[in-house]
Structure formats: C-alpha cells, structure tokens
Design a protein around this ligand. Sequence first.
Ligand code: ZN
Length: 338
Amino acid sequence: MGHFDDLTAYDYVKRDDTPDAQNVGWLSSLFPYPKGNVEPPLLAKLHALAVTQPVNVCRGFEDCEYCLPSQREGRPLAKWRGESRELGSAEIWVPGENGALYAAPNLVIHYIEKHNYLPPPEFLAALERFDLNAQKNLPHAALIQDVSKIRRQAAPLQKSIARLVSRISKQEPGPLASSNLESGCTETFQPDPDLQGKLETYKGPINRAPDFYLNSNWTVYLEGVRACWNIARLRAPHRDDLMLIKVDPPLYGRGYGLAQPEISLILVATPHMSRSLFPVKQWPVVVYVARLVSPPELLRDTLERADYEYLTQAILYPTREEIPVGRKWATTPSETAP
Ligand SMILES: [Zn+2]
C-alpha cells in the first residue's frame, strides 16, 4: 500500500474513467498521524460501505503496520448486517459535497478503531451526510470491479514485497531498548555531532564498498538496483530509526515532478513497527523510501514532518549476490530522462 497525505489527489489505482478523488487514511509508519475519536454511527457507515461497496479490490492483503505481530489476531474485519469482509485488500469511497469523493484503504476502519486515527473533518462530514439507503448509484460504482489489469505492471515486485512482509510479520520482535519502543530497534539513538561534515565527505565518489543494495521496480523512476552507503541515523517526532543513505546511481528527481534533477540522498525506514534498520536482524529487508524536502545544508538530526516526503517502497539486499537473478542495474538520470 502506498502512503498519501490526507486530502491529496488520489492516483493509487487510477484509470482513464476514474473520477477525481481525495486520499484519506493512507497511513504509514514513516509519519505521525492525527489522533482523536470518531462517533460510532460514522464508523458503522464505514463498516457498511466496506462490506457492501468495496472499491478496487486486490488479490493480496496488506497488514497493519502499527500492530505488533503478537497483537494480531487474524485480519481485522468490517461487519454489516451479518456479513463481513477482511480488511486490507480494497478501498472505501465516500461521496462528499459538490461532487467531492474521498478514497480510503478499507484498513481505515482498523486505524480508527485500534489506533485512534482521526480522519479529516471533510471526510467525517461526508460520512455524516451519507445516506446508506441511497447508495445504489454512487458516482464511482464503475470502479467496483477487479483491478488486476491495472496492477499487472507492478505485480511482480508487489508480490515479492507481500511475501517478504508476511514472512517478516510472523517474526516476534526482539528485546526493546530504545525510545522507539515498538520498532524492534535495539540500538540507542546518538545525535551525530558532525552531520554536516559527514555529508560533505559523501558529496563526491565514495572509496569504499557499498554497505548494501536497494532494489525497487515499484515506480518507473526508481527501477533497478542501486549501491547504498549508510551516512547517518536521523529521527522524527514519532520514531528515531530513519537511515540517511547515499545511493548510486541517483534517483531521477524530475520523475517525481521535482526541480532537482538528481537525488542522491534518501531516507529509508522499515514499514512495520516491530522491525528496524538499527540493527537489521534479517536480510533482505523491506523499506519505505523518502526524499529530503529541504536542502542537505539545512539537515539536522531531528526531522519535522515537513522535512521529508514518501516516495515508494523498496527492498534492501546485503550484497550483490543476494539480489535475485535478472534484476537490472539502475541507469543514471540522464539516461532514463524521457
Ligand atoms: Zn493495527
């Protein structure tokens, strides 16, 4: 599942005839999320929509990132009038005022119930107004079908990530000793007194073997394998195990609509709260990839929410030999520029 900020334009599974919608509840452990209480009648409407009007149904399931493996008791369920649906493989779309539409992963029900997620007021107001008895001709009714065709392109990596994630999720977390208690992170965070000096040494070519390798075919602009060097450990308000790395070849920034043509410095962090890169206990490891929003010269060891932005997911391998056969080396931005 991707991460998208609340109320940004929806484009996760988009076809030509997909109506415009806004994202709600695409949470990720990379960022903190707003918390609060949602009234039971509104929650009941979400259950009803999840059971009766699932949108963009996929074959695989996503697990909640915030539940420790030991806390999971089967998949969370939506329940409505004696029927139920497992959460984690479809979306819920809610019509709002003036033709607005809100698109949420159906796990949003679990995020609200178990993790106190508070959706934006616009979404709650849309739920409040929404009449369950008048749901036959929703503007997005055409979307309620199999989306396997759209997903075929991304399928191979999504499958391998899903396999890895389910394998990883089954492992119990190790002893917890850092402030990031649920992350499986056992190394204590130490601010780096010479972060800027270190960044300076990583500007040019690096004269030592890569620390590990990153592979993603999730999005076209991050295709292929890249060498990675671990530069520093950074923290955010809600977790202290973000790894700042240098990648070679760099990412193609314009592919993400950025003015920056090349992105060499990125952040990686494990999606599941019971895992961490400090230390990596088992390779390969699935990570979120984020870019730094502000220039490296302004980088501090504690990041705010606005300092970084989610790009995609990827897999880290310890050596070139561990990378599955057939994966291509990434090309440099100038070669991939359309
Ligand atoms: Zn959970």
